[in-house]
Design a protein around this ligand. Sequence first.
Ligand SMILES: [Mn+2]
Length: 431
Amino acid sequence: MSTRLLLVGDVHLGRPPARLPSSVADHGVSPAGLGPTAGWRTAVQAAIDHQVAALVLAGDVVDSTNARFEAFGLLQEGVQKLADAGIQVCAVAGNHDVEVLPRLAGAIVGFHLLGAGGTWTDHVIESAEGPPVRLLGWSFPAPYVHQSPLANLPPQAVEGPPTLGILHGDLDGGSGSRYAPVRRSELAGRGPLAWFLGHVHNPSLQPDSDEPGYLGSLVPLDPSETGPHGPWLVTVGPGGRLTREHLLLSPLRFEPLEIAADGLTEPAEELLGLVSEAMRARQGGLGDELAATQALGFQLRFSGSVGLPRQLAGALASGRLAESPWRESGRVLFISSWADATRPALDLAELARGSDPPGLLARSLRSLERDDELAAQLIAAATPRIADAAAHAHFNGLPPTEISTGMVRGLLLRSGYRALEELLAQQEEGR
Ligand SMILES: [Mn+2]
């Protein structure tokens, strides 16, 4: 027998959904369906599906006072649906909704604000399924709060129902914080069985730990809010035994993805394949975590030492990556940003100053890179030999290949870089 609660971090109703490529809409996913409004409706439905006793909001429910009209309708609609299902709604105000949430709470029947004006209050949730649960909460009284809200936490009754602390604040934020800084050590042993915080949008609660932590934003509000998002299902069993489960219900998810570009020999041709392969692999690795994900955005970071840094930069700049999004496994995959953190494998200019074999080769490669006069001569000399090789009986079964200048240049660069690397490695060994 346990009492279930749905705990919800920063919703930010009224904030537009995270910026997505406009072409996401061409793949059957509406950006509006990926934002805070959709997240709130999904959380309401989850509360009903899981038959919780209460839905609890940890502040920044509304993005700003400007969003009050939009938020009013959405909150009223949700609170009504929850009330019809016998589910209570409790909230604390955060720094974003310090003014608007108390007003809305006053106007919406069944919306219970905890800790109004910065004074701790409690509220007991009765449940037919399990023990009563006491919520203890504190709301922002002003947009900035420099002191720990725990300074005026009243002494806790020893007896009484199991208590959960609900707070919007800056966990381990330090004395310079303007957002209700609290230290982990302060929270430990201060009455409540467990603490659930709003404020930071990346969740830090752990399902298997009693440590206080952030619930995280309900849906990611910008691409920096990577990883899983959604409400938390908390159960309180006999003797105050707690379980926490992160319900990964956000329709939108962002993932950082590092891509080793070392193996690229023709970046312009190979880049999109490499990237889409890595995105698919990550999608596969996330498995069931993505059950509710309709759109999966990647923040790419290219790493490694690349032999053709100029071509990679060119391929990145060419807009090939803008060929995302595409639809796969029922969801849209897209690239939200990319960064080139590769380094050139070799310093050709420096090497070309030498009169040894690597120096000669480096000069040829520099010419090929520049596509200058010497490059034209090298390509002209190599073309008949490559054509001969392509005409070999081994390849009879294959469709004929046109030997273009660009192709020959690419082959020379690739083999030249490889040969240079080997020459340098031999020199290194000879020392
Ligand atoms: Mn927030």
